[in-house]
Design a protein around this ligand. Structure first.
Ligand code: FES
Length: 105
């Protein structure tokens, strides 16, 4: 069974279904922690970096091209709601910005 490692979530490892499933769906189901809003390729919130296993995700979708540049794709960036997992991958994402009024680290 393929595995997804959520690096930004303390390296949490979760199983992925054998059938191709979106990275965001796996994250939601397994509490992986990838941020999202729309789930439909519109908002751009689910940008994430495939740090290992880029060969184990499917092809870039037209919706992703609205939010990411060729340079970002080359570096491994994808949108989790548009990216289907076919094998083992490790993924990270930018931490959310601090909320207004919260103390700075
Ligand atoms: S969650 Fe909105 S684009 Fe992926």
């Amino acid at each position: 069974m393929p595995q997804v490692t959520f690096l930004t979530n303390a390296g949490k490892v979760a199983p992925a279904p054998e059938e191709p499933t979106s990275l965001l769906r796996i994250s939601i189901r397994e509490k992986g922690g990838i941020p999202f809003k729309c789930g439909g390729g519109l908002c751009g919130t689910c940008k994430c970096l495939i740090e290992a296993g880029r060969e184990n995700v499917d092809a870039i979708k037209p919706k992703e091209r609205k939010h990411l540049s060729e340079e970002q794709f080359a570096a491994g960036w994808r949108m989790a709601c548009q990216t289907f997992v076919l094998g083992d991958v490790s993924v990270s994402w930018p931490p959310p910005p601090p909320k207004p009024g919260s103390p700075r680290p």
